[in-house]
Design a protein around this ligand. Sequence first.
Ligand SMILES: Cc1ncc(COP(=O)(O)O)c(C=O)c1O
Length: 920
Amino acid sequence: MNAQTGEQKLPTIRDYFSATQLRADRWSALREACEGMQRNGVSSRQGKKLRTTALDLMEALAPIETYWAFPGAAVFENLRRLLAQENIEDLSVSVRRIARALTSGAYRRRTVPLNSSEIDNEDYEDEAALSPEARALGRPYFEVLIVDDVAEQHERFLRSSLQRMRRSEDPFIYEPVVVPSLEDALLGILFNHNVQAVVIRPGISLKSKNKLPILDEYVSHLGQDEEVDSLAPSEFGPEACRLIAKIRPELDAYLVTDRSVEDIAGLDLGRCRRVFYNQEDFLELHLNILRGVTARYKTPFFTALKEYSKQPTGVFHAMPISRGKSITRSHWIQDMGAFYGPNIFLAETSATSGGLDSLLEPRGPIKEAQDMAARAFGSKQTFFATNGTSTCNKIVVQALVKPGDIVLIDRDCHKSHHYGMVLAGARVVYMDSYPLHEYSMYGAVPIREIKHNLLRLKAEGKLDRVRMVLLTNCTFDGLVYNVQRVMEECLAIKKDLIFLWDEAWFAFARFGPSYRLRTAMRVANTLRRTLKTDETAAAWEAQQKLLKDADDETILNTRLVPPPDARVRVYATQSTHKTLTSLRQGSMIHVNDQDFKGEVEEGFHEAYMTHTSTSPNYQIIASLDVGRRQVELEGYEFVQRQVESAMAIRRAVTTHPLLKKYFKLLTPSDMIPEEYRESGIESYYDPEQGWLDTWEIWSTDEFVLDPTRVTLAVGGTGWDGDTFKTKILMDKYGIQINKTSRNTVLFMTNIGTTRSSVAYLIEVLVEIANELDDLLDDASRMERRSFDNRVAALVEHVPPLPDFSRFHDAFRDAGETPEGDIRSAFFLSYTEENCDYLPLDDRLMERLNAGEELVSASFVIPYPPGFPILVPGQVISPEILAFMRALDVSEIHGFRADLGLRVFTKDALASLKSRDTEGS
Ligand SMILES: Cc1ncc(COP(=O)(O)O)c(C=O)c1O
């Protein structure tokens, strides 16, 4: 909006993805309008227009401000009065100070003087710009939502009663915000990321008086509309507790009630920390609020490590870097000490030197830190790993799969799984993801494909050997499964299946309410609850009758209901370091398995020992501990911001006329075929309608696209993905990305992405487009033709992605099902005489076309796409060969251009007898 002319209409919530950004921009628009009035005079033509703008902005801000402690409802009312009185000078000062304090975060550290009579040097810095030491010295700030429908005077009393409880020794400082109703409580926790605790009092009412489209949208997706509408007033409080736990489970709720203890005792109160019966006991409430936040703030291992680093110790074990001794005494590596500073070396130690816990047998602060992570991520047990999710995956597979067990797995999964299968001796069923040929990438595995494989195995009587379904969620490109549907339908076919969800890219998802619906741990907890209900039993029995003589096609077309006695056996591995705060390689394994204690624990321990270093890095463990603290206190805020940044990129590229010429931003409809998009939604942003409702999509569709993974098709520039990444983005503009396909690049926003880095990216893309425009303007006909040819090669002539062919019979069990013994194939190639090399030439293609069976002896992994297009024991199909020959990537692991494809000799294959179904 232009504050000078005041002519454009106000942006609405539809123009924004989150209300927080809308709020920030409205405040700065209000500041501009006030300054404009001051400059032009309020009674000038221009001044009058700006006055209307300011009035509109205040009107629009008013309902949002009721959910924030700063500047607060009273101050906001005063601003309105100042405008009504045309006291523009005072208004301008106050609005400027508020807008600045909101952007800098200064209100978190001190009282911001808002009256022009109060001195304010206004030189406060941005919170983020303060030194870490300065910030660590200040007390962290948060807000407490009090829900009580009371008159203004009583509201003031509530606020001041809590403020009066403040003591100098309090570890945190907080401000109360009072809202009247259950709906307001939910909106408060959705809008205001500063809220860490909610106090629900007996006067709570049901409906919000604020009428905003965004409010309706949020409320309608809580999915409880009708149930909530029919509640008795005495139920509002308990229901508020339950709904808060659904939306932001990390928050502490406190219920103040006048109902009897017996009445309350049996109720589900979500994550309510305490029930108070005395409405006036503010000290007790204050202490509980602080204790609740302290419980999340605590970092047992990081704190222990800090303490350890302060202690004087003599080092008489093998670790010269410990306490920096080998560096400080050095004449040649002083720069290392200068670069890292002393603390990292003071904190270098090992479990054997005592004092700190051991990752391999945690009993002290590491155990405590893991338990806290389990709470934060919704698991029953959480294990830290200091060597990435690559290792976590191998641990989980080894712990659960024994030789001969069948595992269903997405064939474009991370390579750690393929190696895990080799180590465990699993019989592998590779499932194909749907291909996106146009962009040379894979999607995800449709539920139909998973069920189809399970049904085939069932038909051959092999279901009892099927142990695990392993899927990547979300995929590198951001495709997200409907986790609940996958688990329910699979359990309907085999009720004790184990699921391993590779959430390497999805640790942050727990802290966004719609994302959370599709995380393994959340769904595991939901299933634990829903499987036991009478409704599930009735639905299952009814479906059993219906499907009694059903053929496979009917079963494939039916949304299956799991039996009530199905077991919940769910594992998730997460690269904390990829999406949250952790040093490189910091990862977690989350377990939610009803049979873990009885059946798995021992094996898990062995697997953990197999793969974990006896010298784990303590700094990584400490960073996992701190990363957990962060998400429990500000994960919600950061994830919101991350999504907002991604949406800003999406909007800019979709609407910019020049960018549209050379780039295409891939939308859900480009990356998810229609049959998997039940909502029918095509794009997150529509220039006409603004943002579409992502909540709906996330609760219905078979696949959704994580909006924070922004795939940009760059074929229109004439550069392939890899060249665009290295030569243009990295070398020229210093922009780093890590995934490309033949004609796309992937931009990811993360919890550290700032608004200015988004702006820089857009600027760079515009500059690239401008340069291309200039280049083509001056191009000769020949040059133009060459450009068009390059574009056509990238956009139109993309080699189709090959499916997984099959394992050679020598590595197959008896029967028709596809599971293969990857381990035998892997080790067969260890004997050099078993292998031969074949160049990728026409002769090879002729041999394949003539029906000859050639079998790969190794993994062949081209980058991109980065997953094996051949695994040991796999038959090479003409399609795979054609794909390899068309690939113009420089990096193909497992393939030597000077020798050719490594295949098994006929003799080697013949030496393996046809195999029986028992494990080797
Ligand atoms: C899906 C998936 N799983 C696992 C990993 C391995 O994770 P880490 O780098 O933490 O070992 C990756 C790495 O890119 C991945 O993309």
